[in-house]
Design a protein around this ligand. Sequence first.
Ligand SMILES: C[S@@+](CC[C@H](N)C(=O)[O-])C[C@H]1O[C@@H](n2cnc3c(N)ncnc32)[C@H](O)[C@@H]1O
Length: 256
Amino acid sequence: MTYGKLYGVGAGPGAPDLMTLRAVSVLKAALVLALPRSSDYGASMAWRIVEPVVGDVPGQERLFLTFPMIKDPERLRPAWERAFAAIGERLKQGLSVAFITEGDPSLYSTFIYLQREAPRRWPGVEVEVVPGVSSIAAVPAVTGVPLADGLERIAILPANYGVDDLACVLDSFDTTILMKIGPEMANVVALLEAKGLLDRAVYVSKATMRDQRIVRDLRQVAGERGDCFAMIVVSRKERSGLLAGQAARALEAVDE
Ligand SMILES: C[S@@+](CC[C@H](N)C(=O)[O-])C[C@H]1O[C@@H](n2cnc3c(N)ncnc32)[C@H](O)[C@@H]1O
């Protein structure tokens, strides 16, 4: 059987002009746009990002797929079965389907499950991933705090699965990125305070979107639930500039 092509397209972190040229051309050419959203009644962030650039394409279908924001895989399974059925129906008709994800498709995205399942459900189907600007790149751009230089090491954690090992990660890495904060906000802030790292942390929600928010004193957000598009970045910056230091020492040695 010849299936239509399946794309996983990264729409970038929020600002429509941070979409890549490749993403725009794939989204304008696809016959079906698959748009994840968290409720049947809510808006799709994916559509909110791409609509200003892609707009109405004659003959293109918008297929909204609902994935509730729950962690239990058993409760998510029916939503996935509905999504697989709807996407499979279109691929079998030979239609190209572009599944849009916020940020990059390879990082904590719904598309990853589809990518894994596609060869099993639709043997031989062609799958292409179009990378996007991830929130991990967008947040340092809006805070002005680079992610890493020289010998610095970076850790990325989904905070909503608990912060039991966070102290150890903070000790081992120069930059720690906490994504999916949700109900763990108070615990994260308390731990950063206990470790004397509050002044090294920044909270950013909806980076590059119109309603972007940057909070440098985390005590202000300790009582909040982490927004769906929010992260905390802790930058110890203790080894920052190490290479510059080495270069300076090398020059001193030449002078001697
Ligand atoms: C399900 S993950 C998706 C990540 C996405 N694929 C990416 O590449 O950025 C959602 C998490 O990404 C982070 N995130 C996504 N977009 C963001 C933005 N514009 N500003 C800040 N954090 C964002 C938040 O930590 C959020 O909880």
